[in-house]
Design a protein around this ligand. Structure first.
Ligand code: DP6
Length: 356
């Protein structure tokens, strides 16, 4: 048997508070605005990827959840694999003692421990795990920041999954994308009281993909220019809120940015509707929950956010999570949800959404 090289890595999903929506370069995946997300830390939503290089392999091959997938020349998968292979070649060129296996074909197996079609960000965790596993396979000296530049070219949001905690993706200005990378704003332990409750409203595959939807927005929405103008201020304000652990400010900005993203989706021609009636009812519940607190002279207690689908993510301090779950159970029959669980922070409330 020939000598082979193999490595496994895993990466979690991240959920944006300031949304990435729009590319200024579709090939390099350079965004029209910076974004900021929270990487979920529990084990429910992860991609795990094993990469193997073997002289006996005749072509690069990938299996996603056990199914063979196509690696199109010039496509996102081959862009990431080629970039990592080139980095290995550089290591081999620089060090005559380095093992020479950069020219071996690779076989890659990737698994999500959640339904790929669940409308949750599987491309983010998927490309982050892919790039990370190849970096281990090729024993590259690359930093997470360097890897984020490559993962970004697989799927924009994937660059943020290479870091834990609160993560910013800087839009950058360089035409080659060399300054469009992710970096950690604060580790999870800096605000360990922060929890995320994920309400899987629907696990249908979404109608309009993020990639197609955001491009259509860039081309047709007039409201989009206004969104681009307000995002930099939001990035500064939410970063400050995270550093101060000011949930009220964090919540206000997160909800505004989710609404602004869905507004530009609606302003797209033809319009894109990602939210459904259950999503809108969740917005109403969280708004009312916050209003009661604000009217009593208190602060916001929860923040909703929605990506390119109807599923809600509710951020809240740990002490409010129980109340929020009870409220959701009160207003919705259990069948409204496929699954609901908290992922950021230590407490797992999955399975408690049962009436009775
Ligand atoms: C609404 O990263 O999936 O989740 O770069 O085309 O692969 P591509 O898009 P993708 O878009 C994610 C959009 C979003 C917002 C976000 O995660 O910031």
């Amino acid at each position: 048997m020939s000598k082979y090289f193999q490595a496994t890595a895993s990466a979690p999903v991240n959920i944006a508070c300031i949304k990435y929506w729009g590319k200024r370069d579709t090939k390099l995946i350079l965004p029209t605005n910076s974004s900021l997300s929270v990487t979920l830390s529990q084990d429910h939503l992860r991609s795990t990827t094993t990469s193997r290089a073997d002289p006996s392999f005749t072509e690069d091959t990938i299996w996603l959840n056990g199914k063979l997938d196509e690696i199109k020349p010039g496509g996102r998968l081959s862009t990431c694999i080629d970039a990592m292979r080139r980095a290995r070649e550089e290591v081999e060129d620089a060090d005559p003692k380095a093992e020479k296996f950069s020219q071996c074909k690779v076989h890659i197996c990737s698994y999500n421990n959640f339904p790929t079609a669940a409308g949750l960000a599987s491309s983010a965790s998927g490309f982050a795990a892919l790039v990370y596993s190849l970096a281990k396979l090729y024993q590259l000296p690359a930093s997470p920041k360097d890897l984020s530049i490559i993962a970004r070219q697989g799927s924009g949001s994937a660059c943020r999954s290479l870091f834990g905690g609160f993560v910013a993706w800087r839009e950058g200005t360089a035409p080659d994308g060399s300054d469009s990378f992710a970096e950690q704003v604060a580790p999870e332990i800096a605000w360990s009281d922060m929890h995320a409750l994920i309400c899987v409203v629907s696990d249908d595959k979404k109608g309009t993909s993020s990639t197609a939807g955001m491009q259509r927005t860039v081309e047709t929405s007039t409201l989009f220019e206004q969104r681009k103008a307000v995002v930099p201020g939001r990035m500064r304000a939410i970063t400050e809120a995270i550093h101060k652990r000011d949930f009220d400010q964090f919540a206000e900005i997160t909800m505004k940015d989710s609404n602004s993203f869905h507004a530009v989706a609606l302003d797209t021609d033809p319009p894109i509707f990602y939210l459904n009636d259950v999503s809108r009812a969740i917005i109403a519940i969280v708004t009312e929950y916050n209003r009661v607190s604000l009217d009593a002279g208190g602060k916001r207690k929860a923040a909703y956010t929605f990506d390119a689908g109807p599923n809600a993510v509710i951020y809240a301090p740990k002490e409010n999570i129980k109340e929020i779950v009870e409220m959701i159970v009160e207003y919705f029959p259990q069948e409204s949800f496929k699954d609901t669980f908290a992922l950021f922070g230590k407490e797992d409330v999955r399975g408690r959404l049962v009436r009775g």
